[in-house]
Design a protein around this ligand. Structure first.
Ligand SMILES: [Zn+2]
Length: 209
């Protein structure tokens, strides 16, 4: 690591998570709150690894019903058709709507799985105390935060589809039970990414150096 670089923790300082004021660590033992904004002070996000693991596991469990149960139920002329996320993607591909198929696939299959895989990889890398490409791992972390904002796109797609089909009198479309699970996966992975402290990636390297 760069010898001239210094961290707040190394200088015996604690960085407030909310207002970024630097507080001397020995003061924190007496006053556990930030003197400027009143937030709880801790050198790193508390129980970051355990919290992130718990949220990631919950998301991994819920991603199963999100993909296996129907996300939309379409009724047209007396027949009902339940579609899962993947069968929806295949349906749009077969009917030539490549753009919609791509949006649904990227937003609801690729992004959630990629995000969970990245988080599991980051968690394992910190647990194994690896010194492997910390910069790239930090970029991966930034990626999970970046895509997190777009994860709700799929729910919007379903809502728009419902609205579009409701306009036509012949067919009706309803959101299926998978939507609840899907939304839970999105929220859980957002919280998981939020509870992971990317500084842990660098901490283990510095501690082992
Ligand atoms: Zn503060």
């Amino acid at each position: 690591m760069n010898g001239s670089a210094v961290t707040a923790r190394r200088l015996g300082l604690i960085n407030c998570h909310d207002c970024h004021l630097l507080v001397e660590a020995h003061q924190v033992a007496i006053h556990p709150r930030c003197p400027r904004c009143g937030a709880h002070l801790h050198a790193r996000k508390p129980n970051s690894l355990a919290r992130t693991w718990a949220l990631v596991w919950a998301a991994i469990i819920l991603i199963v019903p999100a993909n296996v149960l129907p996300i939309t139920i379409t009724s047209a002329l007396g027949t009902k058709q339940a579609d899962t996320i993947m069968s929806g993607v295949i349906y749009f591909m077969q009917t030539g709507s490549w753009e919609i198929a791509a949006v649904i696939f990227i937003a609801s299959v690729f992004v959630p799985f990629a995000k969970l895989l990245i988080l599991v990889f980051l968690l394992l890398s910190v647990r194994c105390r690896t010194a492997w490409r910390p910069k790239d791992r930090t970029t991966l972390y930034r990626l999970t935060e970046l895509v997190g904002r777009w994860s709700m796109v799929d729910i919007y797609v379903v809502t728009i589809l419902v609205a579009l089909v409701k306009l036509g009198a012949v067919a009706t479309i309803e959101a299926g039970p998978a939507t609840v699970f899907f939304a839970s996966v999105v929220v859980l992975t957002m919280f998981a990414a939020e509870s992971f402290d990317p500084r842990l990636v660098w901490d283990v390297i510095e501690e082992d150096a």
